[in-house]
Design a protein around this ligand. Sequence first.
Ligand code: ZN
Length: 102
Amino acid sequence: MFYNNFDNVHGEDRYGMVGKTGDGFRENCRLTIPCYKCHQQPLIIAERNWMDTNNDDSQRYQIVVTCEHCGAVDQFIVNEGREKRISKLKYGHQRPSEQELE
Ligand SMILES: [Zn+2]
């Protein structure tokens, strides 16, 4: 019973965090995108680094991902220049979306 309650509280906290900052690309989340090196899924979000404030006041972030299988590192930008614009992966040349978050 106690553990169930704890899980619920934790879930609400996580949801609240996502809503506050506008995108779901969080550290330790998995993206179902194949690695540019070994072509296996998933990629794990290793770092989320704040970069800058855009002209529309949205916050630009660098997202660093690593392959779970071979450890290859790739990166992309969230809110690139304006809110909701996502850059392609630097090496994978694929554009991640929140639909690919596990
Ligand atoms: Zn790989």
